[in-house]
Design a protein around this ligand. Structure first.
Ligand code: DGP
Length: 222
């Protein structure tokens, strides 16, 4: 057997690939700085890696989302939910291409934000999950756990639509519903270097598993 391939459970040969690593958490939980640190860590070890974030505000759908978030436009809750989802779908093939070519992706927010934020507005959780079905499933979900009150204390929120304490409390409750045993939950109040160390261990294991040929799968598994 070649070093770059192995057999999955069905006996189908799977190739070495990059890992899909997602960071989730409330606004101000520290995802963005930990994502950048993880990128430097993986690159420092010689791995091919990229930092992505959703919403990707550079696409035309992303620009509509950005305008909604900054309260420059108003949209029905269902409509904006589907736009956030479309913003992930429009990047799906590139995502798959990158992973298959061996690049690991560190993704700041993904479908879990989609479901938690829209459910917090009162939309049905199963309805919220439906448009995410078929997107690539992360190999690792890292959840930076922080009490909404503590997150709000961190330099305050900006002026975006969801940056309000009462709303973030509801989002936190929906993250609890979505969370499963496979998530790596890290206390976001630990010192930044301590969080970084914990994440490095989890991410390296995950990258190695994907290099070993762990098959790609799709949402929604639970
Ligand atoms: P960020 O660029 O990570 O600060 O995200 C912008 C805001 O949008 C933030 O409050 C979280 C929220 N958000 C991110 N993804 C989604 C999504 O898919 N659906 C909804 N409703 N909100 C989202």
């Amino acid at each position: 057997m070649e070093q770059s391939s192995m057999n999955d459970l069905n006996g189908v040969s799977t190739e070495a690939r990059g890992a899909l690593i997602v960071l989730e958490g409330l606004d101000r939980s520290g995802k963005t700085s930990q994502s950048s640190r993880l990128l430097s860590y993986l690159e420092g070890l010689g791995h091919s890696a990229e930092l992505w974030r959703f919403p990707d505000r550079t696409t035309s759908v992303g620009k509509m989302i950005s305008s909604y978030l900054s309260n420059e436009s108003q949209l029905d809750d269902h409509t904006i939910h589907l736009l956030f989802s479309a913003n992930r779908w429009e990047k799906k093939s590139l995502m798959e291409e990158k992973l298959k070519s061996g690049t690991s992706l560190i993704v700041d927010r993904y479908s879990y934000s989609g479901v938690a934020f829209s459910s917090a507005k009162g939309l049905d959780i199963d309805w919220c999950k439906a448009p995410e079905i078929g997107l690539l499933a992360p190999d690792l979900v890292i959840y930076l756990n922080i009490l909404p009150e503590k997150a709000a204390e961190r330099g305050g929120y900006g002026g975006e639509r969801y940056e309000k304490l009462e709303f973030q409390k509801k989002v936190a409750a929906y993250y609890q519903i979505l969370r499963d045993a496979s998530w790596k939950v890290v206390d976001a109040l630990l010192p930044i270097e301590e969080i970084e160390k914990q994440l490095q261990v989890a991410v390296l294991d995950c990258v190695k598993a994907c290099q070993g040929g762990k098959p790609l799968s799709c949402l929604w598994s639970s």
